[in-house]
Ligand binder design. Structure first.
Ligand SMILES: [Ca+2]
Ligand SMILES: [Ca+2]
Ligand SMILES: [Ca+2]
Ligand SMILES: [Ca+2]
Length: 483
């Protein structure tokens, strides 16, 4: 079988998927959003997915800083975040994950397995970083709240933070899918559960059936895949030998997760959503369409018990010629007809340029491709020779909010490594056409989009570096004053 090389960029990117942030709509915990004005009825017949937590309309949304102090020191790259009200004070908080800073970096090969000379990456592994928010969306670094007592604590390459209330105490917890640097054998994941004293304790040893299970997981998502009222975890497996493309970690109702094989098809991007409206969560997958052996983009249907038989699938339209890399996928009802439409993040060969693809759900397992919406495009005659090229870009996370308050859901895109695309907004016209607002003309104030006058490249750079300096200074001051 052909050896798969996993591009570094793809590794960094796929975190957008399994995301989740703040409020649970779960049957058991009802509405735990303290800032909410919501009395909307919760759907009890449909299983809860992580995307309804991360896209909770009642959670105040703003653009989180790209690299708040001290994440720039803690993490080498990959500053992915999840926004949620973790401490339930009514204000949005932000959790960052990232990649360890090895002390033996030596670039060999062509992907993240060779970043430490082909051997093990050494050095201190950082913990996730939780920032508590206040009424002004000011974020305070709160390392005292996260506790990891493992001998080899922290993350190697934290790729996905899957936020949900796993132990059902009405406080959100998080599972971190860890892809690992310096190896393609994966690394054990991390699992932080809320405690009665207000902290989150890394609980792999007590709450995972296989606490040191190493999986080369690239995608991950949370959702109640077996419809029993608790949140489960699904992660991708990129090694053929294990005999499964997906691992399911099934919650026993107390937050204890039992690992089992659950089918699926080889993939990088993964999301859970009920795509056929029958009440169970199906898996949306995106792979690497440039590679013939890994080119499934589409849906594998849930059998109702949390199994995803690879033969029970629906393929979705591909764009393998120019946009064949698929780092992320998510869904939302974009035309207000009651079913979920699909948004894929796409990138070119060697990550030259990035785009999104939007697919309409027509019902009855039929879908219509509304095509590619380019965000960053290289000139036609540009030929890249390496992933580290000047046009390298991709969207890592796709989030949904009604940002212009016109009654339909808009798209908020993020990219932890790119200033060109971090914070791109697509305003929905309701008919599958969109107005694309780039980060330097779009600003979110009190959850509402404000369009700024375009500025010159120089002004942009100046403004950004000033913002960065201020943020670093503030954080340093806060740290010194013992906050
Ligand atoms: Ca909070
Ligand atoms: Ca909890
Ligand atoms: Ca469950
Ligand atoms: Ca379904």
């Amino acid at each position: 079988m052909k050896k798969l090389t996993i591009p570094l960029t793809l590794l960094i990117s796929i975190s957008l998927i399994g995301t989740a942030s703040a409020l649970t709509f779960s049957n058991s915990s009802n509405n735990n959003n303290s800032s909410s004005k919501s009395t909307q009825s919760t759907k009890v017949d449909v299983a809860v997915a992580g995307i309804s937590i991360e896209n909770d309309p009642n959670l105040e949304f703003f653009k989180p800083p790209q690299k708040p102090y001290p994440t720039g020191k803690l993490y080498w790259f990959g500053y992915k975040w999840q926004m949620a009200d973790f401490n339930k004070d009514g204000y949005s908080d932000v959790l960052y994950i990232g990649v360890m800073n090895p002390n033996n970096v030596e670039w060999t090969g062509e992907d993240t397995s060779g970043l430490c000379g082909g051997g093990k990456c050494k050095g201190k592994k950082p913990l996730p970083s939780l920032y508590l928010g206040d009424a002004n969306n000011k974020l305070t670094y709160s390392p005292e709240l996260l506790i990891d007592n493992r001998e080899d604590s922290g993350m190697s390459l934290g790729y996905r933070a899957l936020v949900a209330d796993y132990n059902k105490d009405d406080i959100l917890d998080f599972y971190i899918a860890d892809t690992a640097v310096g190896t393609h054998n994966g690394f054990r994941d991390s699992y932080f559960l809320s405690q009665p004293n207000g902290t989150w304790l890394e609980s792999s040893e007590t709450h995972l059936s296989h606490s040191n299970f190493e999986v080369f997981d690239h995608g991950g998502a949370t959702g109640d895949i077996d419809n029993d009222g608790d949140m489960d975890v699904v992660i991708t497996e990129l090694k053929w030998k294990t005999g499964t493309a997906l691992w399911c970690l099934i919650n026993d109702g107390t937050g204890y997760l039992n690992k089992r094989k659950c089918g699926g098809i080889f993939s990088f991007a993964l999301e859970l959503a009920d795509m056929d409206g029958d009440g169970d969560l199906d898996v949306l997958l995106g792979a690497h369409e440039f590679e013939k052996s890994t080119d499934f983009t589409g849906i594998v249907w849930n059998d109702g018990r949390g199994n995803f038989n690879k033969h029970n699938k629906t393929r979705l339209p591909q764009h393998k010629k120019k946009w064949g890399a698929v780092p992320e996928v998510s869904v939302a009802d974009l035309d207000n007809d009651g079913d979920l439409d699909i948004v894929y993040s796409r990138a070119g060969k060697l990550y030259v340029g990035t785009a999104i693809q939007i697919i309409e759900n027509l019902g009855k397992k039929k879908f219509k491709d509304h095509g590619i919406f380019p965000l960053v495009e290289a000139p036609d005659d540009y030929i890249a020779t390496h992933e580290g090229n000047e046009w390298n870009d991709f969207i890592e996370d796709i989030r949904f909010r009604d940002l212009d308050k016109d009654g339909d859901i808009d798209l908020y895109l993020s990219s932890s490594m790119s200033r060109k695309t971090d914070g791109v907004v697509l305003l929905n016209h309701g008919d599958f056409t969109f107005e694309i607002l780039h980060p330097y003309v779009a600003k979110i104030v009190d959850g509402i989009i404000v369009t700024k006058a375009p500025v010159s490249e120089e002004q942009k750079a100046e403004e950004q570096s000033l913002e960065d300096e201020l943020a670093a200074l503030e954080a340093e001051l806060a740290a010194e004053s013992g906050q």
